[in-house]
Design a protein around this ligand. Structure first.
Ligand SMILES: [Zn+2]
Length: 204
């Protein structure tokens, strides 16, 4: 059988039309299908959280029932709330920290480390030392921090005999600082950066 020219041309046109869909299938898939696919959303959130908060062991099995019983849009928000809840519930033990080599300390360091009635005026200098010693990571969740997005933490409170020695100082991200100083941390979900950044990134 010899194929007619018409047949060959129309086949070529059809193939030319279909081919781009095949070549760009991944992009098209991502745009029109995956966009509304909850497992893709969970996958993205998992990567994001593990990368950003390396010291938190998020339990993703707890979101299965959320997915089963909610619509796509509701489920996404509930998942972000659940992850934030787990972040709040993370147990935190204050431990004595490493000292700073004596040769790096200044003459009045020892004297100024003993708390008086007011906070020492070189607290920012101490914070700079602590953030470097702790590799710019939050002591509780492991998030990367900068000097202006972090808070100094006293391991042992002053009223319990704590001092400003480096062994008694560590550093926290703003979220962890809010959590450990809150009387009702479970109510903080919507005030925390972790939740609001994920909302901006994945929902809005
Ligand atoms: Zn933190």
């Amino acid at each position: 059988m010899i194929l007619g020219l018409d047949y060959i041309i129309s086949s070529a046109i059809i193939i030319a039309f279909i081919l781009p869909f095949y070549i760009y299938r991944k992009k098209i898939f991502k745009k029109y299908y995956v966009k509304n696919n909850i497992s893709y959303f969970v996958h993205e959130v998992t990567i994001y959280l593990k990368d950003k908060y390396p010291k938190v062991n998020f339990d993703f099995s707890r979101i299965n029932s959320i997915i089963r019983t909610n619509s796509y849009d509701q489920a996404r928000i509930l998942i972000l709330e659940e992850m934030t809840k787990q972040f709040i519930e993370l147990a935190f033990e204050k431990r004595t920290q490493k000292n700073i080599p004596k040769e790096l300390l200044w003459a009045s360091y020892e004297k100024e480390s003993i708390p008086k009635n007011s906070t020492p005026n070189n607290l920012l200098r101490r914070k700079n030392f602590v953030i470097k010693r702790d590799n710019y990571k939050c002591n509780r969740c492991g998030k990367s921090i900068k000097i202006d997005t972090s808070m100094l933490l006293l391991i042992k409170d002053l009223d319990q005999g704590g001092t400003y020695h480096f062994e008694n100082l560590s550093i926290l991200c703003n979220d962890c600082n809010k959590i450990i100083n809150s009387q009702a941390p479970e109510k903080l979900i919507k005030d925390l950066n972790i939740f609001n950044s994920m909302m901006r990134r994945y929902i809005k």
